[in-house]
Design a protein around this ligand. Structure first.
Ligand SMILES: C[S@@+](CC[C@H](N)C(=O)[O-])C[C@H]1O[C@@H](n2cnc3c(N)ncnc32)[C@H](O)[C@@H]1O
Length: 387
């Protein structure tokens, strides 16, 4: 098993620039002799390392010991990891993380939880710092939104012996890595995080309304809106042309005609004016670019290599976007400002800056705390145009 430790040493040369999942794929491509079990084990080791390394106070430990403790904290024993977990009693290997921490403490391994995120940016109301930090130690669940044939979905998942649970009427939680695409017809469901699904409960669209999704990405929120009220007309924009192409394919896949779309940088007021002219909309979804800190349990490398300068920059862009779209919504209409960040700087502070010199007022704002469901966390502010 020496080769595993050699690969780990090589893998930890990673510098955080590529998404970790791409980096691992590229790495494994260079070593075709590594079997699927080795790849799973190495991935679990690397992910566990970035999840909790900064919290482990183990000054005299070698890399092998650190990795074993990280695996222990961030994973329950599975076939591919079991042999590499420390030789602790069986029961503690699948115990809750608080018990595991206590167990380590009793054996002289201290944990410094705040060190996981030394930048210590203030979090939005409704999310507790320690709970957020500890959530980084586990991969969140996979969620689907059932669009149709609910009882057939249940039947198929049950027949395939897939573990699942309902979060609400349409939201199903599954183990991460479940290949739902091999089991369910593509138009019966959408893969969408539970908190992202929950943003839909704020939209309350009325028949035939005209909506604008200004940072639409591949259309997760637009499709949610369309499924809530198929008669709405949606216009979408994104700075990336390729993602708008994906959005159009998805709309067609789900039986909708492709919406009017613009490739455009909404932080640039002149581009917005040039392309949209004087159009106004009943409501706008602004699911803006952000740090993604509410989703870092899926991408712990972003937590590990985080540069706070990014939040300073992105919050300026978020404020500019809100300013630019403020008069694109009709008086009485609403802007749904959404981020998948837990930082105040991208949430409450941006909203406060944007309402200062626009005719928007805050109807509500809150964190959608995903921690209890092992989901992502998001922020949504409902901003109403008053004149
Ligand atoms: C959070 S994602 C949107 C996710 C999408 N609403 C969904 O639910 O699937 C933010 C999107 O904003 C786009 N974006 C980033 N900067 C932008 C800008 N200045 N103008 C327009 N779109 C931008 C990104 O390309 C990305 O697709």
């Amino acid at each position: 098993m020496r080769y595993i430790w050699q690969h780990i040493e090589a893998l930890l040369q990673y510098d955080g620039r590529l998404p970790l999942t791409h980096y691992l794929k590229n790495y494994f491509r260079q070593y075709p002799k590594l079997g699927s079990r080795d790849r799973k084990l190495l991935s679990a080791m690397v992910y566990s390392y970035y999840r909790c390394r900064k919290a482990l106070v183990m000054p005299d430990a070698n890399l092998e010991e650190v990795i074993r403790v990280a695996l222990f904290l961030c994973n329950n024993p599975e076939k591919h990891t079991a042999a590499f977990l420390p030789s602790f009693p069986e029961a503690i290997l699948s115990a809750p993380v608080e018990e595991k921490m206590q167990f380590l403490k009793e054996r002289g391994i201290e944990l410094n939880i705040p060190a996981i995120f030394p930048q210590q940016l203030p979090l939005s109301e409704g999310i507790k710092n320690e709970a957020w930090l500890l959530s980084m130690w586990h991969q969140p669940q996979l969620f689907i939104r059932i669009r149709k044939e609910k009882s057939a979905v249940v039947k198929k998942l049950t027949a395939e012996n897939i573990a699942f649970s309902f979060v609400n009427d349409h939201c199903v939680a599954l183990h991460n890595g479940t290949s739902v695409d091999k089991i369910l017809p593509a138009d019966w469901y959408v893969v969408q995080d539970a908190s992202s699904q929950q943003t839909g409960s704020f939209f309350q669209p009325k028949k035939k309304e005209n909506w604008y999704d200004c940072c639409s990405g591949a259309g997760g929120k637009s499709l949610l809106l369309k499924d809530l009220e198929p008669s709405v007309t949606i216009t979408v924009s994104d700075v990336r042309d390729s993602i708008l192409h994906n959005l159009r394919l998805r709309f067609n896949q789900y039986g909708y005609s492709a919406p009017k779309s613009y490739t455009l940088d909404v932080s640039d007021a002149s581009q917005l004016k040039l392309q949209l002219g004087s159009q106004q909309f009943d409501n706008i979804i602004a699911d803006v670019p952000c740090s993604g800190s509410g989703t870092w349990a899926r991408t712990p490398e972003q937590l590990y290599f985080f540069d706070p300068e990014f939040v300073t920059e992105i919050s300026k862009r978020q404020t500019t976007i809100l300013h630019n779209i403020a008069d694109k919504v009709k008086p009485g209409g609403k802007i749904f400002y959404i981020t998948c960040s837990v930082f105040k700087a991208e949430n409450e502070n941006v909203v406060a800056a944007a309402i200062k010199d626009t005719s928007l007022e805050i109807e509500s704002m809150q964190i959608i705390n995903g921690l209890t469901n092992q989901a992502d966390s998001m922020f949504i502010a409902v901003l109403k145009r008053i004149v």
